[in-house]
Ligand binder design. Structure first.
Ligand code: KIV
Length: 310
């Protein structure tokens, strides 16, 4: 549907916000899925470090490297040429210093053709956001449940249910906006807190992942939407289609058909013309009868060697 769609830009996203039209955002890590998301009209794609769990099978996002991210972001960019692609900065690629953050953010732009980067953390990361934005790279903050700090946060649970933590998240959002973040993702914060932050944002787009309907747009993890992550399904993830089940049934069908000799059928293989096949027989026969000029005991099975072996 999006063959003629123009490249999604920052002004386009802010324009949607001003019209009150929600922005659509999904995670994606590979070429074919990026192609489908583009066709479906999804506006933003997050190449999330969640790929460590969804694609690489790690227990957390912490082992993911910049090189992992670049490889996947490049594939996504090839599949989604007009979507606004965001590279998610993995663990310890921005925390050590502003300079590290700028260098790694730059890799997403230069090597993978991303449109922006995202990093986790509040006021403590504001100088990283400032440095990245000052280098000409659009930056997105991520507050609430921030998976790289899951250990410090005490697990994958809602953040900001009590007033003091809610106030801290609100203050963090303001600090990130002041530092130049054009967008903030709120993951798993209460809906009323998300609404408050959205209302108070002046020049910053607020996106929700499990934080209710009042943000400027929604993000979901693709694997959760389609039953493709076997370990758990977060409450916030609606399953829009059980692709995991469809694929599993297909795999069982393949297994059964191969052992039952129903697959492959003629439409699944390639034939050869009779005359070519006859010619092949002749060529094989000719090989067998070929005289070789060696006088050793080779294993070529030609008549001359057979004679010598006797
Ligand atoms: O890595 C990711 O996909 C994310 C989401 C959980 C927001 O950061």
């Amino acid at each position: 549907m999006t063959e003629t769609r123009k490249k999604i830009s920052l002004p386009y996203l802010f324009d949607k916000v001003s019209k009150g039209e929600p922005i659509t955002w999904l995670t994606c890590y590979d070429y074919p899925t990026a192609y489908l998301q583009e066709q479906a009209g999804i506006e933003m794609i997050l190449v999330g470090d969640s790929l460590g769990m969804t694609m690489l099978g790690y227990e957390s996002t912490l082992p993911v490297t910049m090189d992992d991210m670049i490889r996947h972001a490049q594939a996504v960019r090839r599949g989604a040429t007009t979507a606004f692609v965001v590279g998610d900065m993995p663990y310890m690629t921005y925390q050590p210093s502003v300079e590290t953050a700028i260098r790694n953010a730059g890799r997403f732009m230069a090597e993978a053709g991303c449109d922006a980067i995202k990093l986790e953390g509040g006021a403590a990361m504001a100088d990283r956001i400032r440095g990245i934005v000052d280098s000409g790279i659009p930056a997105i903050g991520h507050l609430g449940l921030t998976p790289q700090s899951v250990s410090a946060l005490g697990g994958f649970k809602v953040q900001g249910k009590d007033a003091r933590l809610a106030k801290k998240i609100l203050d963090d959002a303001k600090a990130l906006e002041k530092a130049g973040a054009f967008m903030i993702l709120l993951e798993m914060v209460p809906d009323r807190l998300c609404k408050l932050i959205t209302e108070q944002a002046e020049n910053c787009i607020i996106m929700s992942l499990g934080s209710g309907p009042d943000a400027h747009g929604q993000l979901l993890i693709y694997h959760d939407m389609f039953g493709l992550y076997p370990r758990f399904k977060p409450k916030m993830a609606k399953v829009f289609g059980n692709a995991g089940e469809v694929i599993l049934n297909g795999l069982k069908g393949y297994h059964d058909e191969v052992i039952g000799k129903q697959f492959p059928q003629p439409e699944n293989w390639f034939g050869m013309k009779d005359d070519e096949f006859e010619e092949l027989g002749k060529l094989i026969e000719a090989d067998k009868n070929a005289k070789c000029d060696c006088d050793c005991n080779c294993d070529c099975n030609c008549d001359c060697c057979k004679t010598e072996k006797k």
